[in-house]
Structures are given as structure tokens and as C-alpha cells.
Design a protein around this ligand. Sequence first.
Ligand code: PLP
Length: 396
Amino acid sequence: MTDVMTEPTALILPPEAQDDLLTRGFNRRDLARFAAVFGVGAVAATTGRPAWAAAGVPDPAPSAKTRIGANECWTGPLMPGQIAASKMIAHSNRYSPHDERGDFIKAVMAIEGVPYDHVAPWPGSSDPLSRAVISYCSPTKGLVTADPTFELAGRTAEWIGAPVKRVPLTPDFRHDVKAMLAVDPNAGLYYICTPNNPTGTITPIADIEWLIKNKPEGSMVLVDEAYTHFAGVPVASSFVVTHKDVIVLRTFSKIFGMAGMRMGFIMTNPANIAKMMRYDGGMQSGALPLPSLACATASLTAKTLIAARKAEMEQARGMTIDHLKARGLSVVPTNANMVMIDWKTKAAKEVQAAFRTQSVEIGRSWPIWPTVSRITVGSMTDMKNFCMALDKVWVA
Ligand code: PLP
């Protein structure tokens, strides 16, 4: 890679992180690259972003009237979150006026039933996702991921030089956990995204439990539940208490409408949290913007509003799917705020370009399914715009 910081940046990786990386088969040049992205100085680094860091972020298409391409929420934070964040601005002269980080963790404990020391807030879930890959994968310990799925884990693994195995979803769009274990029985990390991005489909908790129980000791299972509130299915939190090799990842960028506020958290054994923090001494997790923390704490507990938002999404999704079916198009049966549409005779990129002529920004496609586009479920108005545009651009 040419787009990397040069050797001296290795100095900003704490010595224990350097030792750990060197014993896992990385070299000194790798340390420099990793320091630029994950180290103490990473926030200040304006160059040196690896290719995957940009590639995972879809075009924001700010000029499109209807933006249903990036799996964002169609509206902003829940009202209790907005109020809490606004109030917090006036107290933001202090690094921590009360114990806002602690309050957030206690809210997670109450909802997820995990101990205090098993929770770490983070500014979004992209950073801990990549950090988990660098913490548990190496040139000799690979990553196993699904296909199609959210690409960040795979791209990070490729960037650090770890072997990557991509296993197609089952015919009913679950992660094929048995095939995932078989393809690399001693992987560093197994990545499960449920509901899966881009299909919106669930991998049953029993399948995840099977993987946790059958993988060898020392291999990690990372369960990314970014979209779980849209699905309302059993979650994997309890496994982080019973098994030390499990990490559960959450974000506030989806149903909570906080993508621009950068909030997420991980749940896992405290030793794993320490391991993931060793590259930057906990800077990312320890120093979160107070309005984001306050917004997240107030949002997490707003159960009725979360349920209402899920119901609103389901209504818009149902209307959209009915319209698509009436036009003879087939969709993957989804449990989340996204719909995969198979155009069959046309490349997804072509269809995306056609929608742009109608000021509708739809989502991308995945190489394994080049004729399938991901559509994020937006508001009812967004989806009516999408349907109207479809009727103009789509001729079967
Ligand atoms: N995980 C999944 C499955 C995602 O789809 C995304 C974003 O789209 C993320 C993680 C990262 O989101 P963020 O960094 O905004 O928390």
C-alpha cells in the first residue's frame, strides 16, 4: 500500500500493542500502518486512511431528493434523546459533569442484562469492528465472513494481510455457520451480521449458539446487531456473559437515527475490551462527545418510541414490497429496514443510474449478486417517491 503513514508513527502504538502484534506475525512496517489508523494519533491523521475506510462509506448523494441508499434512518434521534443532548450542550464545558459514560453503561446493563465491566461505548461500530479484526486476526489467523454481508470486516482483514474466507448465505439467506466453521476451523474471527446487511435476514440465535459451542477455544465470534431493533428477534447479549470468546456490536446509527452523532457500543468479556483498546489506550471509547452519550442513554430506554419507529418502517416496507411484487419483481424476505431487489435482466449499477435521473438514490449491489440492489426503507413519503420513480424507470 502506498497510502500509509511512514515508520515513525509506530512510536505512537503503546509498547504492549507493538509486542502483541509482533508476536502474532506482523512486522514493523505493519505497526506503522496500524498506528496511523488505530493508534493514539489516528484521529489527527488526515492521510493514511486505508482503502476500505472510504470504500465502506456510501456516496451520501446530498443532492438527491430521496436518499434511500445508505441504510440511514429517515428521521433524527428519538425526542427524549434530542432533549437530553440539547440539555447536555450547556454543561459541555466539563469533560464529565456527572458520570455520563457510567450512566450510559448502566442503561445498557438494565436492558441487555450484562455486567458493567462487559460494556464499552464507542463512537459508532465501524471502529470496534475493524479493531476486533486487528485484535484477533493476523497473517496466520483468518477471518470468516458471509457473502453477501457488510464488507468492513473483510476489507480490514485484507488490509492487515489476514486470510479471508467468504461463505455464501444459505438458500434461505442465513449465515451458513456449519460451512463457516468448516472452511476455516481455526479462524481468528467469525463475523456474523444479524439482521444481515444487505439482505435484512436473521441468523437464528440457535445457529449462533452452535457456532460458539463448536468453534475452537481462542477463536472469536463477533455478532454485529446493528439492525436488531428493526427485527425484534432474540439477541446475543447473554452469550458475552457465558462465553469469553464472543463480542456483540451495536450502533445508534440505524433505528436511533444518530449516524452523524457517532455512537455505538460493544459487549464482551473485559479482557477483550482491554485488548481492543490497547492500540489507542482507550482514547476512542473513553472520550465520547457528551451530547452523543446523553442522546444514546435517553434513546435506549424509550421502548415505546422504538416500537413505534419499527412499526412505521414496517408499514413503509410493506407498501414498497407490495408495489414491487405487483410489478413482477422479486425481493429477499427481509426482517430489517432494507430490501434486496433482483432486477434479473439488468445490472444493478444501471438501475441505480436510472433512479438517479429521478432524484432517487438507491443502494449499491454486491459482486456475488450483480443484478440485485439494496434499497433502504425510508419514510412512507420516501418509499412512495421510490415507487413512482420505479414506474418511470423500470420496464420488465
Ligand atoms: N455494522 C453494520 C452491519 C452496518 O451496516 C454498519 C453501517 O452501515 C456498521 C456496522 C457501522 O455503522 P456505524 O459506524 O455508523 O456505527
